[in-house]
Design a protein around this ligand. Structure first.
Ligand code: GLU
Ligand code: ZN
Length: 292
């Protein structure tokens, strides 16, 4: 079966080393299997998108030699999300964050998981004030969904009503939720292999639930552990990690940077490599070594 992978960054700022590592692994995973590789710019959250960031990401990826066969921008695909939303059992919700918090505290059931679960206030009754802008929430099925990570072989199960709750598919400002867009796009683009940051692992069961409700196939999932600094703290721009743009402009060598990224994955590589030169290295890694 032919493989299609993708890298799906949100253009909210400059790429840093952690993003580059995810981008590299996604590219290696597609190309090592002779697969297609897509670039999908996830620019739906207009409040967080930074002008020029998408172009910058493209430039950074090409600088690293991480090419793609087709590029997409989610902001140009709103019709697809609208028609998927119509096929799902949703209801309008006008609750504010504060109201949701109050309802959760009032109900005896404290949240089970790490995440606040919407208590279903608007599930039964229409919103009190029809003039308030409404979000659309998905009535999640009464099911436990399990997903297996293709690298760690770990399985994550979530009971949707108890651990996730009815989640928003379109915000009250009209922005389609990431979970809906990612599921529609991965299906529409026939993505077979999803490589992405480990921060998205807890989002995977609800995305699989959406795939099933929409009649889509479920891709294989591979989650990249987040890059941490020597103190074990998550590497973020705020922590002073240099952006790729800054590295590129200071004349840094992409071959050295790729070698450093490979080294951070525990791979034994020469001090300078190209992305293509890492392909045999990636192919030879056993599943155990892909635990990173
Ligand atoms: N756009 C998401 C992010 O940058 C990734 C989505 C995905 O790979 O599924 O965090
Ligand atoms: Zn509500």
């Amino acid at each position: 079966m032919s493989v299609t992978g993708r890298y799906a960054p949100s253009p909210t700022g400059a790429m840093h080393l952690g993003n580059a590592r995810t981008a590299l692994l996604a590219w290696l995973h597609s190309r090592a299997q002779g697969g297609r590789h897509l670039l999908r710019i996830e620019d739906l959250d207009t409040g967080r998108v930074r002008p020029g960031a998408a172009d910058l990401i493209e430039r950074d990826l090409l600088w690293l030699g991480l090419d793609w066969d087709a590029g997409y921008r989610q902001s140009e695909r709103l019709d697809l999300y609208a028609s998927a939303l119509e096929r799902l059992d949703t209801y309008p919700c006008t609750c504010t964050r504060r109201e949701i918090q109050a309802a959760m505290q009032a109900s005896a059931s404290a949240p089970h998981g790490p995440e606040a679960v919407y208590p279903g206030t608007c599930a039964a009754a229409a919103p009190a004030d029809p003039n308030r802008p409404a979000a659309q929430r998905w009535r999640v099925p009464d099911a436990t969904i399990c997903v297996e990570d293709g690298w760690s072989n770990e399985t994550l199960c979530q009971y949707l009503p108890g651990e996730v709750g009815d989640f928003v598919l379109r915000r009250n400002d009209g922005v389609y939720a990431y979970h809906l867009a990612v599921v529609v796009d991965d299906a529409e683009m026939q993505v077979t292999d999803v490589v992405r940051g480990a921060d998205l692992l807890p989002s995977t069961p609800r995305q699989v639930a959406l795939q099933r409700a929409l009649g889509y196939a479920t891709p294989r999932y591979f989650h990249v552990p987040l890059m941490t600094d020597f103190r074990g703290e998550r590497l973020a721009k705020r922590g002073g990690a240099p952006s790729l743009e800054a590295l590129r402009e200071s004349g840094a060598s992409p071959r050295r940077l790729l070698a450093a990224l490979a080294l951070s994955l525990g791979w034994n590589v020469p001090p300078e490599v190209s992305a293509h030169e890492l392909l045999p290295c990636y192919r030879e890694l056993t599943m155990y070594e892909k635990h990173f």
